[in-house]
Design a protein around this ligand. Structure first.
Ligand code: TYM
Length: 331
């Protein structure tokens, strides 16, 4: 089966609706016909300062959420990035293949390093996309399920794969981004001109682990647009369009069907229904996450097994790379 790899940062107490609809749902679906490798990317997390105890806890909570959402550890390798040292090792080789100007063009770095209150910027934040390329290439992944904001990082990954292959001989599979239609960029509820993100104020971000009341309140307070008709119009009505998209993602009804359904009703009705479909979908995920976190020893066993499986693929790839670039093998 073709391989798939993706990763998510353990940098918040909960994943959010953008993570779920932009990426995690596709993680779950792709397991059916791919050999999947999914990692909690703690190496990426420390590109900005983290409290050690909080990071450790969030790594476990992240793994629990992924399992609760349907990542199946029988079929897929679910692991913590730092448990597989080959990521950092291939990351170094990839850094030596990346142009400084090429890395400087990454828009996410420019956004993150210039964001208000960002503090001093680390070199790790700068080379972050290069480590991401190593994550993907180590597993010879054919597909990488991500949201729209990762498209440029995937382009860099492909460029680095091409460069390595032409310099040292065919080594890496060329990965394709796997970006969903419709939900590739879920918008913030308070600032529907921006993607939903944990770095914006919490009121605009639906956390998967928020209780139903908090979620309903955030949706009720979502910024809508002038006018009163519930119709999709990404340019003129981004807020309403975002709510319709979210509704559609959970209810399975198309946006066109929803426009018909809401003909003659107002934004209040739309928000009520969005809150209902979202909270109904999240309730079982929250219950399952809590169950899994009640036995962290078992959770850690699942992650250890995932890391062992991941290393089984990552180690031979790294060995080939070390040999091709001319490292003397240790006796
Ligand atoms: P991260 O942790 O920021 O986000 C995890 C995934 O969620 C997607 N996403 C969104 N999709 C739609 N709408 C949104 N508002 C939204 N916000 C986030 C992201 O696109 C991502 O797919 N660099 C990655 C982590 C990473 C990775 C990798 C991904 C490290 N190594 C290898 C793929 C392959 C990141 O920061 O994701």
């Amino acid at each position: 089966a073709p391989r798939v790899l993706s990763g998510i940062q353990p940098t918040a107490d909960s994943f959010h609706l953008g993570n779920l609809l932009g990426a995690l749902r596709q993680w779950v679906a792709l397991q059916d016909d791919h050999e999947a490798f999914y990692c909690v990317v703690d190496l990426h997390a420390i590109t900005v300062e983290q409290d050690p105890a909080v990071l450790r806890r969030r790594t476990l909570v992240s793994a629990a959420q992924l399992l609760a959402l349907g990542v199946d550890p029988e079929r897929s390798a679910l692991f913590v990035q730092s448990h597989v040292p080959e990521h950092a090792q291939l990351g170094w080789v990839m850094q030596c293949l990346t142009g400084f100007g090429e890395a400087s063009r990454m828009t996410q770095f420019k956004d993150k390093s210039t964001r208000e209150g960002a503090g001093p910027t680390s070199v790790g934040l700068f080379t972050y996309p290069v480590l991401q390329a190593a994550d993907i290439l180590l597993y010879q992944a054919a597909r990488v399920p991500v949201g729209e904001d990762q498209r440029q990082h995937l382009e860099l990954t492909r460029d680095l794969a091409t460069r390595f292959n032409s310099r040292y001989g065919p080594t890496f599979t060329m990965p394709e981004p796997y970006i969903p239609q419709g939900t590739a960029k879920v918008l913030d509820l308070q600032s529907p001109d921006k993607k939903m993100s944990k770095s914006l104020p919490d009121a605009g971000c639906i956390n998967l682990l928020d209780d139903a009341r908090a979620t309903a309140k955030k949706i009720r307070s979502a910024v809508t647009d002038t006018g009163r008709e519930v119709v999709a119009d990404p340019v003129g009505k981004p807020g309403v369009t975002n709510l319709l998209t979210i509704h559609s993602a959970f209810s399975g009804q198309s946006v066109a069907e929803l426009e018909q359904h809401f003909a003659g009703s107002g934004y209040g009705d739309l928000k009520k229904e969005v809150a209902a479909v979202v909270t109904e979908a999240l309730a079982p995920v929250q219950a399952r996450t809590a169950e899994l976190l009640a036995d962290t020893a078992e959770l850690e066993r699942v992650l250890a097994a995932g890391a062992a499986r991941a290393r089984g693929v990552a180690a031979p790839t790294l060995a080939t790379v070390y040999e091709r670039v001319g490292f003397l093998p240790p006796l």
